[in-house]
Design a protein around this ligand. Structure first.
Ligand SMILES: [Zn+2]
Length: 203
């Protein structure tokens, strides 16, 4: 396919339940064979952690149902992980899903309100979807901005520190996407993949 000089290339067949150690190695091996000056699209990825890792390995584009599907189960995506809005922790939480988020849901609704309607009113799925899609757009905006300003490595380190904090603040009710190492560090596959991309996570 490379000699055909196509306008872009997709890497597919992943995110089908393979383990993460194989996942990142397949992405890495595929991207290495594809031209850097063409859009390289990794299909069906994924969680924000997976996307940041794949960008580090050279991917440019992604697609995934996760932000809207998980919204239907009342789960909101934030910089420190996931908020399961059905949890009673949010019953009296008057903050927006994520402070500083400019989405229509965060401007108008509190976590407590969303908690109240999340299993009762179908509109809750739409409200949380609006936030989750905006979260993904902001994530990609931040990635592009970091790459353009030559500070992608620092961005990745900060992103992972937020996703996998040593200690969570008492009022941070987020849960992680990935099982953390016992000492709170990012999972081994994340650290191995980023090391391959030349990015060390400060432990
Ligand atoms: Zn929001």
């Amino acid at each position: 396919l490379v000699p055909l000089n196509l306008p872009g290339y997709a890497v597919g067949g992943l995110s089908g339940g393979e383990d993460k150690a194989n996942f990142w190695r397949c992405v890495d091996a595929s991207l290495e064979l594809l031209p850097e000056n063409k859009p390289r699209y990794v299909m069906g990825v994924g969680y924000p952690v997976d996307i940041v890792v794949c960008v580090a390995l050279g991917a440019d584009m992604f697609d995934c149902v996760y932000p809207t599907r998980t919204a239907r189960f009342g789960t909101a995506m934030v910089s420190s992980g996931l908020l399961k809005l059905r949890s009673r922790s949010f019953a009296n939480d008057m903050r927006p899903i994520e402070a500083g988020c400019d989405c229509a849901t965060c401007k108008r609704y509190t976590r407590a309100y969303l908690h109240t309607i999340v299993t009762r009113e179908p509109v809750a799925s739409s409200l949380v979807s609006v936030h989750n899609v905006r979260y993904m757009m902001r994530l990609m905006e931040q990635i592009r901005e970091a790459i353009e300003n030559n500070r992608f490595e620092a961005f990745v380190q900060q992103f992972m520190r937020k996703q996998f904090p040593r200690v969570r603040a008492n009022d941070d009710y987020a849960v992680p996407y990935e099982k953390m190492e016992e000492d709170g560090r990012a999972p081994v596959w994340v650290r191995e993949a980023l090391a391959k991309a030349g990015i060390a996570l400060k432990s």
